[in-house]
Design a protein around this ligand. Structure first.
Ligand code: FUB
Length: 373
């Protein structure tokens, strides 16, 4: 299907802001700051020096964000994929526009922390311009480490997934193959909307790429991470009774709570595969999960990862860092409910003795800082 024939993406999604204009006020303040910087020439006027000092302090403040939720407030970030490389936790995000009226993002951002309290903003790490074949919609990213390199998996155009490669977690990255890795125009098995890529590298070194809206898909990657090593398969999701979960049709809501919406993310713990996904775009939708014995499923619905986060879209990742587990997600609270201007948050996650996730309640405070190392 041609991109422009795709219907409205999410029933219920709205760009209408509720309540106050906190973010608009901040954006206006940033705009006038930029204007005043543009007008300013170097001089020794005390007023000018004072103003430049204030600007430097503000810019430093945005580089090292504070600990509570959301973890970054000077820009909008969404679709967090958290990965641990060395002794830091990195969060790859999409980047909602300050004045967005759709998910018309153009680049991807990176944040990192060593202690879950002080966040470093690495800025923009890749943009649509890096893929000569892509036009729009820089959506949910992921990044994994393999072959002594970092591979970014990036969905664009609601129809393709590209891969970019770099030598460090923050890049620079470049298009690894000069064409899409997944393109539903050429690969019907990729489904109507191959978005939200996420990669699992299993203990035996085999890599699996998960993706898909309304239809969860998985495909094995070759050891170079830049080629498919098999056929794209539908993931079998079972309900808690072991029956196949009925797939939502285009523009339909998945049946709550077990139906599949989007945002697949698979992790492994104690030999079991946890398949985390969003169960849709309803007022109670959230990140849920199924458990399986194989990386390609079937996964049996097990429960919620967390309670609904204040956003039409539910998208996140689960990661272990220094012996603690965390769930990353986004909310629209900073934009007073605007679906297209979201902010990344994090909370601690724990497991019961039976391996089930204890359902996380989103907090304002976020997780406790880790001890200094
Ligand atoms: O950010 C654009 C889209 O919104 C993502 O691809 C979905 O998972 C949802 O979060």
């Amino acid at each position: 299907m041609a991109r422009d024939q795709l219907g409205p993406r999410y029933p219920g999604a709205s760009g209408i802001k509720r309540g106050s204009t906190k973010v608009t006020a901040r954006a206006n303040a940033m705009k006038s700051r930029t204007n005043s910087l543009n007008r300013c020439r170097p001089c020794l006027d005390p007023l000018c020096l004072w103003r430049n000092l204030v600007v430097i302090v503000v810019l430093l403040g945005s580089t090292f964000a504070k600990a509570d939720n959301p973890i970054v407030e000077n820009i909008f970030t969404a679709d967090p994929s958290a990965r641990v490389f060395g002794d830091r936790l990195y969060v790859y995000t999409s980047h909602d526009q300050p004045d967005a009226t759709y998910w018309d993002m153009t680049d991807w951002r990176l944040l990192s922390t060593a202690d879950m309290a002080t966040w470093k903003d690495h800025g923009s790490i890749f943009s649509l311009k890096g893929f000569a074949w892509a036009t729009r919609w820089a959506w949910a990213p992921d990044c994994v480490y393999a072959n002594a390199k970092y591979y970014l998996f990036l969905p664009v155009d609601r129809s393709k997934i590209g891969v970019a490669v770099g030598n460090t977690p923050e890049g620079p990255f470049k298009d690894a193959i000069g064409k899409p890795l997944i393109d539903n125009a050429l690969m019907p098995a990729a489904g109507a909307e191959p978005i939200d890529p996420a990669v699992l590298i299993d203990d035996d070194g085999a890599s699996y790429l998960y993706f898909g809206c309304r239809a969860p898909k998985v495909v094995k990657l070759d050891s170079l991470m830049t080629k498919l090593a098999g056929a794209i398969q539908d993931i079998s999701l079972l309900d808690s009774d072991g029956n196949p979960i009925v797939r939502a049709q285009p523009d339909e809501q998945p049946v709550l709570p077990q139906g599949y919406g989007e945002a697949p993310f698979t992790f492994k713990r104690n030999g079991k595969y946890y398949f985390v996904y969003s169960n849709g775009w309803a007022p109670t939708s959230t990140q849920v999960y199924g458990i399986g014995d194989s990386p390609i499923g079937p996964f049996k619905y097990t429960g919620k990862v967390m309670e609904h986060a204040a956003s039409v879209t539910q998208h996140g990742s689960v990661v272990e860092f220094h012996g603690k587990w965390y769930v990353f997600y986004h909310t629209s609270e900073l934009s007073n409910g605007n679906s297209f201007r979201r902010s990344v948050c994090v909370d601690e996650l724990t497991f019961g003795g039976d391996g089930k996730i204890n359902v996380v309640t989103p907090t304002k405070a976020g997780p406790a800082p880790l001890p200094a190392r």
